[in-house]
Design a protein around this ligand. Structure first.
Ligand code: ADP
Length: 627
């Protein structure tokens, strides 16, 4: 047959009220949110937030553990100053040695042959100094290898440390990589080696989660390439700095280095050292040696920032998504929006709160997921509520029309009853006439009573006020009784009713089931032409019994099929056919089927006929004593 309408009452319900469609939308929000969050734009937004958080949460004012000894403009003022760093460096080291710094990290590349006299002076100063860390770096060329200080210097160094910066794609230096490798040749960063030497530790011990430098645990997991987020000092309290020329000219000023680590480097723009942006920069770059000193301060003070791992980030996103999906499914209206908004606020507060306890939360993916879940959940709820509202409005309109119709329908039997009873009471009538009128009164009052009963039954069944008495009911028996009851009506139109039913049992209330079948049958008779045939079948599989009533009647179009289960709905064809009806029968049949945990399906084609199929659960075993 053509159009078909299936009504199912078993939904794909997940857990408390969450449906598969909700989950589909929620998952869509999750994927879209993560794609946005992990896109270049999302990553950049996260960096901006990180910089902001770093600026509003500066490290507490604490005595700096390091000091920068700077080749500054003043030191490099003499002509050729940048080419002649070794001699002044040697002089400065000689001064430093007197004040016993914990270590001296020299952020200068001493790889070039240079001037012999200067080299000899520097070698002597290095030997006298002792705990010096020299810089090493990787060549940028295709032939990547470590460039080391001249052997004469290296032999006096306590360690070598790499001085590679690791700026992000936006050119801002937020972290340094503590271990950098060329093939299997790996070097620790200058700041880390400075810590090791300052702490008097022999070896740095590596674990998955970080590095142990003596008692200091540095939380730089292997999966993050051992990158250390630098907790830059606030610009108002920068790492202390001495001018190299000052300590040469006035050695007493070097007293401040006692017990600290000294970072020596060039701090003039255009010098050999790269200047980089930092989260504090606002367009003003920072010299490499200052960045190294800041990294050392982070290490020495243990003011580590840890990044929330991606698995936890994903978990938070999934939980928020589920939370919002459940909020908008289980709660409604204002409450749902208030709870949803509270979740939104909590998510937005999370990176601020976490940063205070030194955790960096990649926020944009989570925020995007939260917003999308909120908008999709809230939007769908709004549409759903609007749908309910419209449905309720339509039902109210239908109900009003129905009441109008019912009262109109009731008028006919009532008028007959009134008129007839008046006749009997007012006039002396022959016995035969009296009998005839009394019979008419009886028939009409029965009709009236049935109308009222049926209307009430639909309402009570829908409201769950009518109780079913389920047991194993023999299907063929139910059908046989219904067919027999329909015969008088069918005979009037010379309609044949065929019954094909296997003996089987359904679990249900015999009276209601009989009513449902009888109703389908009378409809088939009412809406079929004379001399046609109606077939009633019962087939079963392991789970269900299918009862179908097929006619060769007027049929219905698609629009009618969608509405015939509504209370009081009658098709135009039915209204014009002259057949009496209330439009309540199918509503009641549907309610009965719902109460039995079954489904009702209808297929129909205009002018060709209809088939109504009830699918009902089979009874596990026939109850004893059923006839
Ligand atoms: P009614 O009292 O009008 O028969 P029902 O609720 O039983 O009320 O049916 C609702 C409407 O569905 C009918 O008015 C009729 O238009 C349509 N209908 C029901 N059964 C059939 C059928 N077998 N063939 C064609 N139309 C049908």
């Amino acid at each position: 047959m053509g159009s078909a309408v299936r009504r199912r009452y078993t939904w794909g319900v997940l857990f408390p009220g969450l449906r598969w469609t909700d989950l589909g939308f929620a998952l869509g929000s999750l994927v879209a949110g993560l794609v946005i969050g992990w896109s270049a734009l999302g990553v950049q937004a996260d960096r901006a937030l990180y910089d902001f958080l770093l600026r509003v949460n500066p490290p507490p004012a604490q005595s700096s553990r390091s000091l920068i000894l700077a080749f500054d403009d003043k030191t490099l003022a003499p002509p050729g100053g940048l080419q002649r760093l070794r001699e002044p460096l040697a002089q400065a080291l000689a001064v430093l040695a007197r004040y016993e710094p914990k270590a001296v990290a020299i952020d200068l590349l001493l790889t070039e042959p240079g001037d012999e006299k200067a080299n000899a002076a520097l070698e002597e100063a290095l030997a006298a100094m002792g705990n010096v860390i020299l810089a090493t770096h990787l060549t940028a060329a295709e032939d990547v290898r470590w460039l080391e200080p001249l052997a004469a210097f290296r032999k006096h160094a306590a360690a070598l440390g790499h001085v590679h910066a690791a700026p992000d794609q936006d050119g801002v230096s937020r972290r340094i990589v503590l271990a950098k490798a060329s093939g299997s040749d790996r070097r620790w960063a200058l700041a880390l080696e400075a810590l090791r030497i300052a702490e008097g530790v022999d070896r740095i011990v590596e674990t998955e989660a970080g590095l142990d430098v003596g008692d200091v645990f540095v939380p730089v997991p292997r999966r993050e390439d051992r990158a250390l987020l630098i907790r830059y000092a606030h610009p108002s309290r920068p790492v202390e700095r001495l001018s190299l020329i000052d300590i040469i000219e006035n050695p007493a000023t070097a007293a401040a280095v006692r017990g600290r680590v000294v970072f020596v480097g060039v701090v003039v723009a255009g010098g050999p050292d790269q200047y980089l942006m930092t989260p504090y920069s606002y367009g003003q770059a920072m010299s490499g040696v200052e960045i190294n000193a800041n990294a050392y301060e982070t290490l020495a003070h243990g003011s580590f920032l840890r990044t929330v791992p991606p698995s936890i980030e994903l978990l938070i996103a999934v939980l928020t998504m589920l939370g919002l999906a459940l909020t908008f499914r289980l709660l409604s209206g204002k409450t749902a929006f208030v709870v949803g908004a509270a979740l939104l606020v909590a998510i937005h507060a999370a990176p601020f709160i976490l940063f205070r306890i030194n955790w960096v939360l990649p926020f944009v993916p989570i925020a995007a997921v939260t917003w999308l879940s909120f908008l999709s959940g809230g939007g769908r709820q709004y549409l759903r509520l609007r749908g309910y509202f419209r449905e309720a409005e339509a039902a109210r309109g239908r109900y009003q029309r129905a009441i109008h119709y019912v009262t109109h329908e009731m008028r006919t039997p009532l008028t007959t009853i009134q008129g007839s009873s008046e006749l009997i009471s007012r006039y002396p009538l022959a016995e035969e006439k009296r009998k005839e009128i009394a019979e008419r009164i009886h028939t009409e009052s029965v009709r009236l009573g049935r109308m009222v009963d049926m209307f009430l039954s639909v309402e009570r069944l829908a409201a769950g006020q009518l109780e079913l008495h389920p047991k194993a009911v023999p299907v063929e028996e139910v059908l046989r009784v219904s067919v027999e009851r329909s015969h008088p009506l069918a005979d009037k139109k010379s309609i044949q009713i065929q019954l094909i039913a296997e003996p089987d049992f359904v679990r249900g209330d015999a009276e209601f089931l009989e009513y449902a079948c009888y109703n389908l049958l009378t409809n088939a008779v009412k809406y079929s032409p004379a001399h046609s045939t109606i077939t009633v079948r019962a087939d079963s599989d392991s789970q269900n019994v299918c009862i179908s009533v097929t006619d060769e009647g007027y049929g219905m179009d698609e629009a009618d099929l969608k509405n015939i289960f509504q209370r009081f709905y009658r098709t135009q064809g039915a209204r014009e056919s002259g057949e009496r009806g209330t439009g309540l029968g199918l509503a009641l049949v549907e309610e009965i089927v719902i109460q039995h945990g079954g489904t009702i399906e209808v297929e129909s084609r205009l002018g060709e006929g209809s088939r109504f199929t009830l699918t009902l659960p089979r009874a596990a075993q026939p109850a004893v004593g059923v006839q």
